[in-house]
Design a protein around this ligand. Sequence first.
Ligand code: ATP
Length: 440
Amino acid sequence: MTASIIELHGVGKSFRSADGHPRPVLQELDFNLREGEIVALLGQSGSGKSTLLRIMAGLVPADRGQVRYRGQPMSGPARGISMVFQSFALFPWLTVQQNVELGLEARGVAKAEREAKAEAAIALIGLSGFEGALPRELSGGMRQRVGIARALVTEPDVLLMDEAFSALDVLTGERLREDILELWDGGHMPTRAMLVVSHNIEEAVMMADRVLIFASDPGRIRCQLSVQLPRPRNPESAEVRALIDEVYALMTAGATRHARVAGAADAASTPAPLAERLPEADVASMDGLLELLADPPFDGRADLPQLSEEAGLPDAELLPVAHALALLGLAQLDSGDLQLTPLGRRYVEGAHELRRDLFGQQLMAHVPLIAHIRHSLEQEPNGQMPDKPVLRLLSEHLDDTEADAVLQTAVTWARHGEVFEYDYNTGALRLPTGDDEPMR
Ligand SMILES: Nc1ncnc2c1ncn2[C@@H]1O[C@H](COP(=O)(O)OP(=O)(O)OP(=O)(O)O)[C@@H](O)[C@H]1O
Protein backbone atom coordinates (compact mmCIF):
# COMPACT_ATOMS: atom_id res chain seq x y z
CA MET A 1 0.00 0.00 0.00
CA THR A 2 1.38 3.40 -0.99
CA ALA A 3 2.34 5.69 1.90
CA SER A 4 0.10 8.60 2.80
CA ILE A 5 1.59 12.06 2.73
CA ILE A 6 -1.37 13.93 4.20
CA GLU A 7 -3.96 12.11 6.29
CA LEU A 8 -7.28 13.48 7.48
CA HIS A 9 -9.45 11.60 9.97
CA GLY A 10 -12.89 12.73 11.05
CA VAL A 11 -12.13 16.32 10.09
CA GLY A 12 -14.82 18.90 10.78
CA LYS A 13 -14.88 22.65 10.31
CA SER A 14 -17.56 25.21 11.07
CA PHE A 15 -17.69 28.91 10.36
CA ARG A 16 -19.95 31.36 12.15
CA SER A 17 -22.91 32.62 10.20
CA ALA A 18 -23.81 36.31 10.34
CA ASP A 19 -26.05 35.79 13.38
CA GLY A 20 -23.32 33.92 15.26
CA HIS A 21 -24.59 30.36 14.77
CA PRO A 22 -21.91 27.81 13.93
CA ARG A 23 -22.38 26.61 10.37
CA PRO A 24 -20.76 23.26 9.53
CA VAL A 25 -18.78 23.45 6.31
CA LEU A 26 -16.89 20.15 6.51
CA GLN A 27 -18.02 17.10 8.45
CA GLU A 28 -16.45 13.77 9.36
CA LEU A 29 -14.05 13.94 6.49
CA ASP A 30 -11.56 11.12 5.97
CA PHE A 31 -9.02 11.43 3.21
CA ASN A 32 -5.46 10.34 2.47
CA LEU A 33 -3.31 11.97 -0.16
CA ARG A 34 -0.82 9.30 -1.13
CA GLU A 35 2.72 9.35 -2.43
CA GLY A 36 2.88 9.60 -6.24
CA GLU A 37 -0.74 10.45 -6.99
CA ILE A 38 -2.72 13.27 -8.50
CA VAL A 39 -6.16 13.64 -6.96
CA ALA A 40 -8.86 15.85 -8.46
CA LEU A 41 -11.62 17.27 -6.30
CA LEU A 42 -14.93 18.18 -7.92
CA GLY A 43 -17.92 19.68 -6.20
CA GLN A 44 -20.38 22.49 -6.34
CA SER A 45 -19.54 26.03 -5.47
CA GLY A 46 -19.46 26.61 -1.73
CA SER A 47 -19.15 22.92 -0.87
CA GLY A 48 -15.96 23.49 1.13
CA LYS A 49 -13.22 22.44 -1.32
CA SER A 50 -11.04 25.51 -0.71
CA THR A 51 -11.54 25.14 3.02
CA LEU A 52 -10.33 21.55 2.76
CA LEU A 53 -7.25 22.70 0.82
CA ARG A 54 -6.47 25.36 3.38
CA ILE A 55 -6.76 22.83 6.20
CA MET A 56 -4.45 20.46 4.30
CA ALA A 57 -1.91 23.27 3.86
CA GLY A 58 -2.11 24.10 7.57
CA LEU A 59 -3.39 27.60 6.77
CA VAL A 60 -6.54 27.13 8.85
CA PRO A 61 -6.99 24.63 11.68
CA ALA A 62 -9.69 21.97 11.66
CA ASP A 63 -12.19 22.18 14.53
CA ARG A 64 -12.43 18.44 14.91
CA GLY A 65 -10.51 15.37 13.84
CA GLN A 66 -6.88 14.88 12.97
CA VAL A 67 -4.70 16.20 10.19
CA ARG A 68 -1.25 14.67 9.78
CA TYR A 69 1.49 15.55 7.37
CA ARG A 70 4.12 12.85 6.95
CA GLY A 71 2.83 11.26 10.13
CA GLN A 72 3.10 14.42 12.26
CA PRO A 73 0.08 16.39 13.51
CA MET A 74 -0.31 19.56 11.46
CA SER A 75 0.31 22.71 13.44
CA GLY A 76 0.37 25.80 11.27
CA PRO A 77 1.47 26.23 7.65
CA ALA A 78 3.46 23.19 6.54
CA ARG A 79 6.76 23.92 4.82
CA GLY A 80 6.53 21.15 2.27
CA ILE A 81 3.10 22.17 1.00
CA SER A 82 2.52 24.87 -1.65
CA MET A 83 -0.68 26.28 -3.03
CA VAL A 84 -1.56 27.74 -6.43
CA PHE A 85 -4.63 29.96 -6.57
CA GLN A 86 -7.06 30.82 -9.34
CA SER A 87 -6.34 34.53 -8.96
CA PHE A 88 -2.55 34.19 -9.55
CA ALA A 89 -1.98 36.36 -6.42
CA LEU A 90 1.14 38.04 -7.80
CA PHE A 91 2.53 41.32 -6.53
CA PRO A 92 2.08 43.74 -9.43
CA TRP A 93 5.06 45.91 -8.52
CA LEU A 94 7.51 43.00 -8.39
CA THR A 95 9.15 41.39 -11.43
CA VAL A 96 8.63 37.74 -12.32
CA GLN A 97 11.97 36.88 -10.68
CA GLN A 98 11.13 38.82 -7.51
CA ASN A 99 7.65 37.29 -7.28
CA VAL A 100 9.12 33.81 -7.57
CA GLU A 101 11.87 34.52 -5.05
CA LEU A 102 9.38 35.68 -2.41
CA GLY A 103 8.66 32.24 -0.98
CA LEU A 104 12.37 31.63 -0.48
CA GLU A 105 12.97 35.04 1.04
CA ALA A 106 10.41 34.27 3.73
CA ARG A 107 12.45 31.19 4.59
CA GLY A 108 15.68 33.15 4.92
CA VAL A 109 17.39 31.54 1.91
CA ALA A 110 20.58 33.43 0.92
CA LYS A 111 20.41 35.75 -2.11
CA ALA A 112 22.59 33.76 -4.53
CA GLU A 113 20.73 30.53 -3.83
CA ARG A 114 17.40 32.31 -4.11
CA GLU A 115 18.29 33.69 -7.52
CA ALA A 116 19.50 30.37 -8.83
CA LYS A 117 16.46 28.48 -7.60
CA ALA A 118 14.03 31.08 -8.94
CA GLU A 119 15.73 30.99 -12.34
CA ALA A 120 15.48 27.20 -12.39
CA ALA A 121 11.76 27.27 -11.47
CA ILE A 122 11.08 29.95 -14.10
CA ALA A 123 12.90 27.87 -16.73
CA LEU A 124 11.07 24.70 -15.70
CA ILE A 125 7.70 26.31 -16.30
CA GLY A 126 8.76 27.78 -19.64
CA LEU A 127 9.22 31.45 -18.77
CA SER A 128 12.97 31.91 -19.36
CA GLY A 129 13.64 35.37 -20.74
CA PHE A 130 10.77 36.94 -18.78
CA GLU A 131 12.53 37.19 -15.41
CA GLY A 132 12.54 41.01 -15.49
CA ALA A 133 8.95 41.44 -16.70
CA LEU A 134 6.18 42.84 -14.53
CA PRO A 135 2.94 40.84 -14.18
CA ARG A 136 0.94 43.38 -16.18
CA GLU A 137 3.25 42.81 -19.16
CA LEU A 138 2.31 39.12 -19.25
CA SER A 139 -0.71 37.25 -20.57
CA GLY A 140 -3.01 35.43 -18.14
CA GLY A 141 -1.43 32.08 -18.96
CA MET A 142 2.07 33.44 -18.34
CA ARG A 143 0.98 35.01 -15.06
CA GLN A 144 -0.34 31.69 -13.87
CA ARG A 145 2.98 30.13 -14.89
CA VAL A 146 4.63 32.62 -12.52
CA GLY A 147 2.18 31.53 -9.80
CA ILE A 148 3.21 27.92 -10.41
CA ALA A 149 6.92 28.74 -10.49
CA ARG A 150 6.49 30.50 -7.15
CA ALA A 151 4.82 27.41 -5.72
CA LEU A 152 7.50 25.08 -7.15
CA VAL A 153 10.54 27.14 -6.15
CA THR A 154 10.35 25.87 -2.57
CA GLU A 155 10.52 22.31 -3.96
CA PRO A 156 7.24 21.32 -2.34
CA ASP A 157 6.43 17.79 -1.39
CA VAL A 158 2.75 18.52 -2.09
CA LEU A 159 1.15 20.94 -4.52
CA LEU A 160 -2.44 22.02 -3.87
CA MET A 161 -4.05 23.73 -6.86
CA ASP A 162 -7.26 25.64 -6.25
CA GLU A 163 -8.93 26.08 -9.64
CA ALA A 164 -5.55 27.06 -11.02
CA PHE A 165 -6.68 26.91 -14.65
CA SER A 166 -10.20 28.27 -14.44
CA ALA A 167 -9.37 31.96 -14.93
CA LEU A 168 -7.59 31.13 -18.19
CA ASP A 169 -9.17 30.73 -21.60
CA VAL A 170 -9.75 27.11 -22.58
CA LEU A 171 -6.71 26.62 -24.82
CA THR A 172 -4.29 28.39 -22.47
CA GLY A 173 -5.62 26.38 -19.53
CA GLU A 174 -5.22 23.12 -21.47
CA ARG A 175 -1.70 23.98 -22.56
CA LEU A 176 -0.61 24.79 -19.02
CA ARG A 177 -2.24 21.65 -17.66
CA GLU A 178 -0.45 19.54 -20.31
CA ASP A 179 2.90 21.15 -19.46
CA ILE A 180 2.44 20.43 -15.78
CA LEU A 181 1.50 16.82 -16.48
CA GLU A 182 4.55 16.46 -18.71
CA LEU A 183 6.80 17.73 -15.92
CA TRP A 184 5.06 15.47 -13.42
CA ASP A 185 5.12 12.34 -15.57
CA GLY A 186 8.71 13.01 -16.65
CA GLY A 187 9.78 13.16 -13.00
CA HIS A 188 10.98 16.78 -13.37
CA MET A 189 9.00 18.07 -10.43
CA PRO A 190 10.18 17.77 -6.85
CA THR A 191 6.55 17.26 -5.87
CA ARG A 192 5.35 13.86 -4.60
CA ALA A 193 1.56 14.42 -4.74
CA MET A 194 -0.91 16.91 -6.15
CA LEU A 195 -4.47 17.77 -5.24
CA VAL A 196 -6.32 19.71 -7.90
CA VAL A 197 -9.63 21.44 -7.23
CA SER A 198 -11.61 21.95 -10.41
CA HIS A 199 -15.04 22.72 -11.80
CA ASN A 200 -14.12 21.09 -15.07
CA ILE A 201 -14.95 17.41 -15.33
CA GLU A 202 -12.77 16.79 -18.40
CA GLU A 203 -9.81 18.45 -16.70
CA ALA A 204 -10.26 16.19 -13.66
CA VAL A 205 -10.40 13.04 -15.80
CA MET A 206 -7.42 14.11 -17.94
CA MET A 207 -5.20 14.79 -14.94
CA ALA A 208 -6.07 12.62 -12.00
CA ASP A 209 -5.35 9.14 -10.74
CA ARG A 210 -8.37 9.53 -8.46
CA VAL A 211 -11.38 11.81 -8.81
CA LEU A 212 -13.21 12.71 -5.61
CA ILE A 213 -16.72 14.08 -5.74
CA PHE A 214 -17.69 16.34 -2.92
CA ALA A 215 -21.17 16.67 -1.46
CA SER A 216 -22.15 19.86 0.31
CA ASP A 217 -23.92 21.19 3.37
CA PRO A 218 -21.79 20.08 5.02
CA GLY A 219 -18.89 19.20 2.73
CA ARG A 220 -17.82 15.59 2.66
CA ILE A 221 -16.53 13.12 0.10
CA ARG A 222 -19.54 11.55 -1.57
CA CYS A 223 -17.71 9.11 -3.81
CA GLN A 224 -14.51 8.54 -5.68
CA LEU A 225 -13.44 7.05 -8.94
CA SER A 226 -10.03 5.75 -9.81
CA VAL A 227 -8.64 6.54 -13.25
CA GLN A 228 -6.11 3.98 -14.36
CA LEU A 229 -5.45 5.19 -17.89
CA PRO A 230 -1.84 6.07 -18.71
CA ARG A 231 -0.98 9.73 -19.32
CA PRO A 232 -0.92 11.63 -21.63
CA ARG A 233 -4.59 10.83 -22.18
CA ASN A 234 -6.50 11.50 -25.33
CA PRO A 235 -9.63 13.54 -24.51
CA GLU A 236 -11.41 12.04 -27.52
CA SER A 237 -10.67 8.39 -26.66
CA ALA A 238 -13.58 6.12 -25.80
CA GLU A 239 -12.11 5.39 -22.36
CA VAL A 240 -11.82 9.06 -21.42
CA ARG A 241 -15.32 9.84 -22.78
CA ALA A 242 -16.76 6.93 -20.76
CA LEU A 243 -15.09 8.19 -17.58
CA ILE A 244 -16.31 11.73 -18.20
CA ASP A 245 -19.86 10.34 -18.59
CA GLU A 246 -19.47 8.42 -15.36
CA VAL A 247 -18.32 11.50 -13.46
CA TYR A 248 -21.24 13.54 -14.83
CA ALA A 249 -23.58 10.78 -13.68
CA LEU A 250 -22.03 10.72 -10.21
CA MET A 251 -22.12 14.51 -9.94
CA THR A 252 -25.78 14.70 -10.80
CA ALA A 253 -26.99 11.55 -9.00
CA GLY A 254 -29.79 12.19 -6.53
CA ALA A 255 -30.45 15.70 -7.84
CA THR A 256 -33.86 15.02 -9.33
CA ARG A 257 -36.05 15.82 -6.36
CA HIS A 258 -34.27 19.04 -5.76
CA ALA A 259 -30.84 20.35 -6.37
CA ARG A 260 -29.83 20.68 -2.78
CA VAL A 261 -26.25 21.25 -3.77
CA ALA A 262 -24.71 18.34 -5.62
CA GLY A 263 -27.77 16.26 -4.76
CA ALA A 264 -27.01 14.42 -1.55
CA ALA A 265 -27.88 10.75 -1.82
CA ASP A 266 -30.73 11.16 0.65
CA ALA A 267 -32.18 14.22 -1.09
CA ALA A 268 -35.40 12.48 -2.00
CA SER A 269 -36.32 11.59 1.56
CA THR A 270 -35.49 14.84 3.39
CA PRO A 271 -37.79 17.84 3.28
CA ALA A 272 -36.11 20.80 1.63
CA PRO A 273 -35.16 23.49 4.15
CA LEU A 274 -36.11 27.12 3.61
CA ALA A 275 -32.50 28.21 3.56
CA GLU A 276 -31.27 25.71 1.01
CA ARG A 277 -28.81 27.03 -1.50
CA LEU A 278 -30.36 27.41 -4.93
CA PRO A 279 -28.45 26.55 -8.08
CA GLU A 280 -27.33 29.84 -9.60
CA ALA A 281 -29.14 29.56 -12.91
CA ASP A 282 -30.78 32.43 -14.75
CA VAL A 283 -34.10 31.96 -16.49
CA ALA A 284 -32.70 32.68 -19.97
CA SER A 285 -30.16 29.86 -19.61
CA MET A 286 -32.86 27.52 -18.31
CA ASP A 287 -35.13 28.34 -21.26
CA GLY A 288 -32.21 28.07 -23.69
CA LEU A 289 -31.15 24.67 -22.40
CA LEU A 290 -34.72 23.33 -22.43
CA GLU A 291 -35.13 24.43 -26.05
CA LEU A 292 -31.84 22.87 -27.06
CA LEU A 293 -32.84 19.68 -25.28
CA ALA A 294 -36.26 19.54 -26.94
CA ASP A 295 -34.94 20.04 -30.47
CA PRO A 296 -33.06 17.60 -32.70
CA PRO A 297 -30.56 16.03 -32.41
CA PHE A 298 -31.41 15.55 -28.73
CA ASP A 299 -35.20 15.24 -29.03
CA GLY A 300 -35.72 15.36 -25.29
CA ARG A 301 -32.70 13.46 -23.95
CA ALA A 302 -29.06 14.48 -23.98
CA ASP A 303 -25.79 13.27 -22.69
CA LEU A 304 -24.47 16.10 -20.45
CA PRO A 305 -20.97 16.30 -22.00
CA GLN A 306 -22.54 16.61 -25.46
CA LEU A 307 -25.02 19.17 -24.21
CA SER A 308 -22.17 21.18 -22.68
CA GLU A 309 -20.43 21.23 -26.05
CA GLU A 310 -23.57 22.06 -28.02
CA ALA A 311 -24.66 24.80 -25.62
CA GLY A 312 -21.13 26.17 -25.34
CA LEU A 313 -21.48 26.13 -21.56
CA PRO A 314 -18.62 25.02 -19.30
CA ASP A 315 -19.49 22.54 -16.53
CA ALA A 316 -19.51 25.24 -13.86
CA GLU A 317 -22.42 26.91 -15.72
CA LEU A 318 -24.16 23.90 -17.22
CA LEU A 319 -24.52 21.92 -14.00
CA PRO A 320 -26.37 24.62 -12.01
CA VAL A 321 -28.80 25.06 -14.92
CA ALA A 322 -29.36 21.29 -15.16
CA HIS A 323 -29.85 21.13 -11.38
CA ALA A 324 -32.33 24.00 -11.49
CA LEU A 325 -34.37 22.29 -14.21
CA ALA A 326 -34.37 19.07 -12.19
CA LEU A 327 -35.35 20.95 -9.04
CA LEU A 328 -38.35 22.42 -10.84
CA GLY A 329 -39.35 19.11 -12.42
CA LEU A 330 -38.87 20.43 -15.95
CA ALA A 331 -36.12 17.94 -16.66
CA GLN A 332 -34.71 14.91 -14.99
CA LEU A 333 -31.12 13.92 -14.37
CA ASP A 334 -30.45 10.29 -14.94
CA SER A 335 -27.09 8.53 -15.30
CA GLY A 336 -25.37 11.63 -16.64
CA ASP A 337 -28.17 12.43 -19.07
CA LEU A 338 -30.64 15.29 -18.93
CA GLN A 339 -34.13 14.32 -20.01
CA LEU A 340 -37.11 16.54 -20.61
CA THR A 341 -40.09 15.60 -18.41
CA PRO A 342 -43.65 15.71 -19.85
CA LEU A 343 -44.08 18.96 -17.91
CA GLY A 344 -40.85 20.31 -19.39
CA ARG A 345 -42.17 19.41 -22.85
CA ARG A 346 -45.38 21.35 -22.19
CA TYR A 347 -43.35 24.26 -20.90
CA VAL A 348 -41.03 24.40 -23.88
CA GLU A 349 -43.87 24.12 -26.38
CA GLY A 350 -46.03 26.61 -24.51
CA ALA A 351 -46.62 30.29 -25.21
CA HIS A 352 -45.38 32.92 -22.78
CA GLU A 353 -48.45 32.76 -20.45
CA LEU A 354 -48.35 29.00 -20.14
CA ARG A 355 -44.62 29.06 -19.43
CA ARG A 356 -45.15 31.71 -16.74
CA ASP A 357 -47.95 29.73 -15.07
CA LEU A 358 -46.11 26.42 -15.13
CA PHE A 359 -42.93 28.03 -13.84
CA GLY A 360 -44.81 29.76 -11.01
CA GLN A 361 -46.60 26.57 -10.09
CA GLN A 362 -43.33 24.60 -9.94
CA LEU A 363 -41.65 27.27 -7.85
CA MET A 364 -44.46 27.14 -5.30
CA ALA A 365 -44.28 23.34 -5.18
CA HIS A 366 -40.51 22.86 -5.12
CA VAL A 367 -38.80 25.94 -3.72
CA PRO A 368 -39.87 26.34 -0.08
CA LEU A 369 -38.23 29.76 0.20
CA ILE A 370 -40.30 31.14 -2.67
CA ALA A 371 -43.51 29.60 -1.31
CA HIS A 372 -42.68 31.04 2.13
CA ILE A 373 -42.15 34.56 0.74
CA ARG A 374 -45.36 34.36 -1.28
CA HIS A 375 -47.41 33.20 1.72
CA SER A 376 -45.86 35.88 3.93
CA LEU A 377 -46.74 38.57 1.37
CA GLU A 378 -50.32 37.34 1.26
CA GLN A 379 -50.55 37.95 5.02
CA GLU A 380 -49.45 41.57 4.65
CA PRO A 381 -52.28 44.11 4.31
CA ASN A 382 -50.45 45.98 1.54
CA GLY A 383 -48.89 42.85 0.01
CA GLN A 384 -45.37 44.11 0.74
CA MET A 385 -42.53 43.38 3.10
CA PRO A 386 -38.83 44.23 3.37
CA ASP A 387 -36.19 41.69 2.30
CA LYS A 388 -34.35 41.97 5.66
CA PRO A 389 -36.26 39.24 7.55
CA VAL A 390 -35.72 36.87 4.62
CA LEU A 391 -31.99 37.62 4.54
CA ARG A 392 -31.85 37.09 8.31
CA LEU A 393 -33.51 33.73 7.92
CA LEU A 394 -31.08 32.73 5.19
CA SER A 395 -28.04 33.87 7.13
CA GLU A 396 -28.79 31.36 9.88
CA HIS A 397 -27.30 28.81 7.48
CA LEU A 398 -25.39 30.76 4.88
CA ASP A 399 -22.89 33.58 4.92
CA ASP A 400 -24.00 37.06 3.84
CA THR A 401 -22.80 36.79 0.25
CA GLU A 402 -24.48 33.43 -0.21
CA ALA A 403 -27.69 34.61 1.46
CA ASP A 404 -27.75 37.51 -1.01
CA ALA A 405 -27.10 35.19 -3.94
CA VAL A 406 -29.92 32.83 -2.89
CA LEU A 407 -32.38 35.72 -2.52
CA GLN A 408 -31.36 37.12 -5.91
CA THR A 409 -31.87 33.74 -7.59
CA ALA A 410 -35.24 33.34 -5.86
CA VAL A 411 -36.22 36.84 -7.01
CA THR A 412 -35.31 36.29 -10.67
CA TRP A 413 -37.15 32.98 -10.71
CA ALA A 414 -40.18 34.38 -8.89
CA ARG A 415 -40.45 37.30 -11.30
CA HIS A 416 -40.47 34.95 -14.26
CA GLY A 417 -43.26 32.90 -12.66
CA GLU A 418 -45.00 36.07 -11.46
CA VAL A 419 -45.02 34.79 -7.90
CA PHE A 420 -43.69 38.02 -6.40
CA GLU A 421 -41.84 41.15 -7.37
CA TYR A 422 -38.78 42.84 -5.93
CA ASP A 423 -37.85 46.49 -5.81
CA TYR A 424 -34.08 46.72 -6.18
CA ASN A 425 -34.02 50.32 -4.90
CA THR A 426 -35.91 49.80 -1.67
CA GLY A 427 -35.33 46.10 -1.11
CA ALA A 428 -39.10 45.57 -0.83
CA LEU A 429 -40.72 42.29 -1.82
CA ARG A 430 -44.30 42.58 -3.05
CA LEU A 431 -47.09 40.66 -4.69
CA PRO A 432 -47.21 41.19 -8.45
CA THR A 433 -49.36 44.16 -9.41
CA GLY A 434 -53.02 43.30 -9.77
CA ASP A 435 -52.53 39.97 -8.02
CA ASP A 436 -54.06 39.69 -4.57
CA GLU A 437 -55.47 36.21 -4.92
CA PRO A 438 -53.82 33.60 -2.69
CA MET A 439 -51.73 31.43 -4.94
CA ARG A 440 -52.20 27.73 -5.48
N1 ATP B 1 -13.31 32.48 6.61
C1 ATP B 1 -14.58 32.15 6.45
N2 ATP B 1 -15.56 32.64 7.26
C2 ATP B 1 -16.85 32.31 7.13
N3 ATP B 1 -17.31 31.48 6.17
C3 ATP B 1 -16.40 30.95 5.33
C4 ATP B 1 -15.01 31.27 5.41
N4 ATP B 1 -14.36 30.58 4.43
C5 ATP B 1 -15.30 29.88 3.76
N5 ATP B 1 -16.52 30.11 4.30
C6 ATP B 1 -17.79 29.50 3.87
O1 ATP B 1 -17.59 28.09 3.83
C7 ATP B 1 -18.29 27.51 2.73
C8 ATP B 1 -17.33 26.74 1.87
O2 ATP B 1 -16.45 27.65 1.21
P1 ATP B 1 -15.28 27.16 0.26
O3 ATP B 1 -14.62 28.38 -0.29
O4 ATP B 1 -14.41 26.21 1.01
O5 ATP B 1 -16.09 26.38 -0.85
P2 ATP B 1 -15.63 25.91 -2.31
O6 ATP B 1 -16.20 24.56 -2.50
O7 ATP B 1 -14.15 26.04 -2.43
O8 ATP B 1 -16.37 26.96 -3.22
P3 ATP B 1 -15.95 27.49 -4.69
O9 ATP B 1 -15.99 26.31 -5.59
O10 ATP B 1 -17.02 28.50 -4.98
O11 ATP B 1 -14.58 28.10 -4.57
C9 ATP B 1 -18.96 28.67 2.01
O12 ATP B 1 -20.28 28.74 2.49
C10 ATP B 1 -18.15 29.87 2.44
O13 ATP B 1 -18.93 31.03 2.39
